[in-house]
Design a protein around this ligand. Sequence first.
Ligand code: IDP
Ligand code: MG
Length: 161
Amino acid sequence: MATALKQPIIKQLTLALLKPDICADAALPPKIYQALNAKNLDIVQQRQVLWTEEDAGSFYAEHKGKFFYQRLCGYMTSGPFQALILSSPNAIKEWRALIGPTHPVRARIHQPTTLRALYGLTDTRNSFHGSDSDETAKNEIGLFFPEFDVDAWHRNNNSNN
Ligand code: IDP
Ligand code: MG
């Protein structure tokens, strides 16, 4: 009798932020955890963060000079927020699909069930962040979780044994 080859489920990691507006209302994070659970996005690690202006500036360096940059840094330093390492077979795309378009007003029109449509306040105060590639996920995870070894995690969770 032929035995089916055991295929490993390859898992991907991404970095998610629940921005300060979500964390300012104790009723909201549990709703986000429910949404993660429904999409089988597992929380690998989680940490509360409070940023200085300098922290915000280095994370959002690619946006320096844009019209919303000061507002963005002000928002992200306005209070504590949560950083999460998420994992699933397609975590980067899954999490970005779940949060939806950057601009909540557009999200409400085009993707009304996404988290930014449901909870986003303005174009700047859009409640969530998600890494956009494997490379940025690794860098962003390293910023928030310097002790977390992404390569070792992949070796331990994506091996054939
Ligand atoms: P993303 O968070 O969906 O990847 P980015 O273009 O990388 O979007 O922008 C980073 C953050 O900057 C956004 O999440 C949002 O908080 C803010 N932002 C982006 N575009 C605008 C805008 O047009 N107006 C105001 N704030 C913006
Ligand atoms: Mg981005």
